[in-house]
Design a protein around this ligand. Structure first.
Ligand SMILES: [Zn+2]
Ligand SMILES: [Zn+2]
Length: 325
């Protein structure tokens, strides 16, 4: 009997099975049988909920490494790929979370370590924390959520964010912290169907409450406080000054009354240059927020930007250590 192939919107060629019960991988959305065509039409008319149920019932391959999945899960990523994603290790700037190599800086009190940038110019946020480096599996997992609409990835990313948040525990003065996800422009939100930062923030708040044994209410989501008025042009290739100019005026506070005098936790998926969260923090502060903290799942780190693997090339690593000071 020929294999049936299902074409599911947004999951091109992925949700497939053969009559021999072995999951197979299709190369496209070709429909092999007349039954397949009927089923395809049926599946096309199903809602997103039904699609994710379908994905649960017929797991395919790990979307990161391609290994056939043995466990039924809403997230099509295998366990080894998930456990390969590690938190940032080594010294980081206590303010912005950038990697700090200087043996002098690392030798001092870790809560006081500052990178060169933060020493030169004080960021508009009190502290930024991130779970992992924006590369490898973590980068792919974020892309699965953002560009391939694999929404169950938000649960895992939220768990990681909750872990990064534990580093802010001693910072909170007020009993409740307003959690504000970095907003998307309305047009992009329509296109994507969800704001990934909001999904991640929701999952992290849930996880934080579980960790604190049900003591929920500490972190309160306020997704409509900030709005994105203008879509930002690509920041690639711009200097830091140009990036700030480019993003100026993109964000506005929709309800200043809600944030006056409050501590705010700004949540984004990735911290690359910090331009976006810095602009959001500036706008929130101008509207009366007392202190802004930033948490992202991933962060671009200095060595990653230079494309150098310190573990693999220790001579080059030592050169960077000497050069970055
Ligand atoms: Zn895998
Ligand atoms: Zn810094």
């Amino acid at each position: 009997m020929p294999a049936a192939s299902f074409a599911v919107p947004g999951e091109r060629g992925r949700l497939v099975f053969s009559s021999s019960e072995d999951p197979i991988r299709a190369t496209g959305t070709k429909l092999l049988t007349r039954d397949g065509l009927l089923l395809s039409m049926l599946v096309s008319s199903l809602s997103g909920v039904a699609e994710s149920l379908f994905a649960t019932l017929f797991p395919s391959d790990c979307r990161l490494c391609g290994t056939p999945l043995v466990n039924i899960s809403r997230l099509p990523v295998c366990r080894p790929c998930l456990s390969d994603i590690r938190p940032i290790a080594g010294g980081v700037c206590s303010r912005c979370g950038e990697r700090v190599f200087s043996p002098y800086a690392l030798g001092s009190d870790a809560s006081e370590v500052l990178c060169g940038l933060c020493r030169r110019l004080e960021p508009p946020f009190a502290k930024a924390v991130a779970y992992g480096s924006y590369d490898g599996g973590l980068r792919e997992l974020i892309h699965l959520l953002k560009y391939e609409q694999v929404q169950p990835a938000a649960t895992v990313l939220g768990r990681m964010l909750a872990e990064a948040l534990s580093r802010l525990n001693s910072c909170w003065i007020q009993g409740t912290v307003l959690v504000v996800p970095v907003p998307l422009h309305a047009q992009k939100l329509r296109q994507r169907g969800f704001n990934q930062s909001e999904l991640i923030a929701r999952a992290a708040i849930k996880q934080d409450a579980i960790k604190r044994e049900g003591a929920s209410g500490r972190l309160v989501l306020h997704p409509r406080v900030l709005e994105r008025r203008r879509e930002t042009q690509s920041q690639t290739g711009l200097t830091s000054h140009q990036r700030r100019e480019n993003i100026r005026g993109s964000f506005a506070v929709a309800s200043p009354g809600e944030i006056a005098g409050r501590e705010i936790l700004l949540v984004d998926d990735v911290f690359t240059t910090g331009t976006t969260v810095s602009e959001c923090a500036r706008v929130l502060r101008r509207a009366g927020a007392s202190k802004i903290y930033v948490a992202t799942v991933a962060r671009t780190l200095k060595a990653d930007a230079k494309g150098i693997d310190l573990a693999r090339d220790s001579a080059e690593g030592e050169r960077i250590l000497a050069a970055t000071g």
